[in-house]
Design a protein around this ligand. Sequence first.
Ligand code: 13P
Length: 258
Amino acid sequence: MSNRKKIVAGNWKMNKTYSEAITLLYEVKDILFKSKKNDGVLKIIAPPFPYLHDLHEASKGIRNIYIAAQNCSSEEAGAFTGEVSASMIKSVGANYVIIGHSERRIYFKETHQDVRKKVDLALKHHLSPIFCIGESAEDRKENEQFEVVGSQLTDSLFHLEPTEFSKVVIAYEPVWAIGTGITATTAQAQEIHLFIRSLIEKKYGKEISGSTSILYGGSCNAKNATELFLCPDVDGGLIGGASLKAAEFSEIIHSFPQ
Ligand code: 13P
């Protein structure tokens, strides 16, 4: 058995009003409270920015539940209208921040350099990055998934000192699987997760590579979570659509083999 953390994270993206968000969190809490199964799994909720503080407060009382932001600024502070800094996110009680999600890379044109700066600021302010990487459908068609994922990983993370790198959670999210209902097969997921772990091992050694959590994301749901979580190098999931329903999200948390 590896000692790495098992994690199920819900990325709510730009969904839910304030009252819907609070209700959803209480529904999840209620289910988790009644069933202590998989108590040890880390549960992470990534709501929109305005709800971070109140959801952090509302999450108290359940073991191993943490709040994440979905993004942070690549700047420390100052005249950047509309931006939210890593230190602000930390100050309202979040412990994690999603960085480099493909929706940010594609729609908001975030570069390797931008996401690298975000990672540095997150770590400086004691937030653990959930760092997303993943190839497009076209990359996979050209069999370039290893190069793409490899450079996303090395260009934005491999400047980190080992102690800093060990605070990062990796999320492999193939772009073609996000919101499409097409999930990577267990063979595809395991192959890339193992590849990611082998790159980490080459750079940081066996101990750090063995303890880095690598999550799968992309149309992961209550029906396919168990088989994905059985893959030896898949340590959990980053869940989009299926995290918006309390019963399904809880079922995914309960999907880890005991
Ligand atoms: P879906 O689970 O909706 O495919 O989204 C995955 C994702 O992008 C999580 O960050």
